[in-house]
Design a binder for this molecule. Sequence first.
Ligand code: SF4
Ligand code: SF4
Length: 477
Amino acid sequence: MAENATTGEDLYSYDEAFRDTIGTVDEKGNRIWVYPKKPFGRFHNYRAIVAVVLLILLFAGPFIKVNGHPFLLFNVFERKFILFGTAFWPQDFHILALIMISFVVFIVLFTVVYGRVWCGWACPQTIFMEMVFRKIEYWIDGDAIKQKKLKAAPWNATKIWKRSLKFVLFLAISLLISHTVMAYLVGLDQVVEIVSQPPTERLAGFIGLMAFTGIFFFVFWWFREQACVAVCPYGRLQGVFLGNHSISVIYDWIRGEPRGKLKKNEPQADNGDCIDCKMCVHVCPTGIDIRNGTQLECVNCTACIDACDDIMDKVGKPRGLIRYGSIDGVKEGRDKIFTTRVAGYSVVLALLLSVIAFMLTTRSDIEATVLRVPGQLYQKQENNRISNLYDIKFVNKTFEDVEITLNVEDYKDVTIKQVSKQDDIIEIPANSVLEGVFFIEMSRDDIQSMNNKITLQLIKEGEVMDEVRTSFFGPAK
Ligand code: SF4
Ligand code: SF4
C-alpha cells in the first residue's frame, strides 16, 4: 500500500473490478476493437531492431543447411527431428522430452525473474502483429484516429482501395509465413515440390499450406490481441509465474499517485507525477490501463513506457514513471532479483541441462531394437548347434550410409546370419530405418540353461556403436 507521508491516506486503493472483465470485451460480450496509437520511443526502436534480427533468422532458417541437410526440422508427421544439424529419431524421444522440459523450466525461470519479456520482445505473435501487420495498417489507414474514421466511413472508393490493399498485403505475408512454417515442418525441398506441382498432385501439402495461411490471416486480420489474452497458455499462466519481485512493465504508483490533470498556471498541489493524460492507455495494443497494476492482458510491449517517458520529458519530470521494475522494487525502491524461488528453479534447470549434456554425448549414432520372432523358441541345426531367430530394427541417425556387422560379446563360437543375404555386412542407408531377420547360432555345449542372456554388439569399423541385451533360448542341460 502506498501512503501519503503526511496524511497516511492510501494512494493506491484502486477499484479491482477491472479484473472481472477483459478490456477488449464490453458488458454485452461484444468485442471492443482496439485502435492503439502509433508507438514511438527508445524501447520501440530497440524492439524494432530485435524484431528485424529475429525475422531474418526465422525466414532464413529453412535455407540453412548442414552437409545438405536442414539445420532445423520438426517433421512431426514422419517423426523426424533435426536440431542444429543433428538428427533425432523416436528412439531419442527421452532426450527430446528432457529438452522440452528444460525449455519449459527455462521459460518459467526467465518469467519468474523477468516477467513477460518473451511476449514483448521475441514472441512471433507480438513481432508479426506489432512490427509487421500493425506497421502496414498505420501506413495504409493512418494512426488510431484516422483508423476509427475509416471504420465509420461509408464504402467509398478510398475505403475500398485501402481495405483491398491491406487485404492483399496481409494475405501475401500470411502466405509467406505459412510457407516458412511448412518448411520447418517438412523441409524446404518438400515445400518447393508442393508449390511447383499442381495442387492435385500434392493435395495434403497444398491443403496444409492453405490451412496455415488461413489461420495466420485470421489471427492478424481479426483475432489479434485475443490470441494473447484468450488463447495463449503462456499468457494464462502469468498469474502463477509472476511474483512481487518479478520484473515487468510497471507503473510507479508511489510516485504517480494521486494522479491529476496538469492545469495551466495552477500549482500541482499534492498531486503525484501522473498527469492523467492517458497516453499510456491510448498506445496499449491490448486496450488496458497499466496504472491499474500488472494484468493478464499486458504483453510487456513497452509502448506505455515510451509514451509516458515522452510525457514526462514534456512536463519536465524524470522519466520512468512507467518502467521495467517489480512491485517490491516500487515499494522498497530496489529490485531484488535472486530469490529462493529463483534459486530453486536454477538448480532444477542446471540438473536437467547436465542430464541432457550427458545423454547427448553418450548417444549412439546407430541403434538397434531386437525382438525375438514370436512363436519360435529355438531351432536344432547340424553339428550340434542351436539357433534362435530375431527381428532386428536398425536406426542410422547419421546423414551417411553405414556398414556394420553384428557380434555376440558373451560367447566365442557364435554365427550370425542374415536371412535375406549371404554375407554378414549390414548396409543401413543414411538417416533411415532398416529391418531384418537374423539367425544367431551357437554350439549346444556352450548353452548353460534354457534362457541365456546375450549382448548383441553393433560394430562399425571395429568400433562398438551400440549394445543390446536379449535372450537366447536353448534346450535344458
Ligand atoms: S502516460 Fe504517464 S502521465 Fe500520462 S496517464 Fe499514463 S502514467 Fe500518467
Ligand atoms: S500495458 Fe504497456 S506494456 Fe502492457 S501491453 Fe499495454 S502498452 Fe504494452
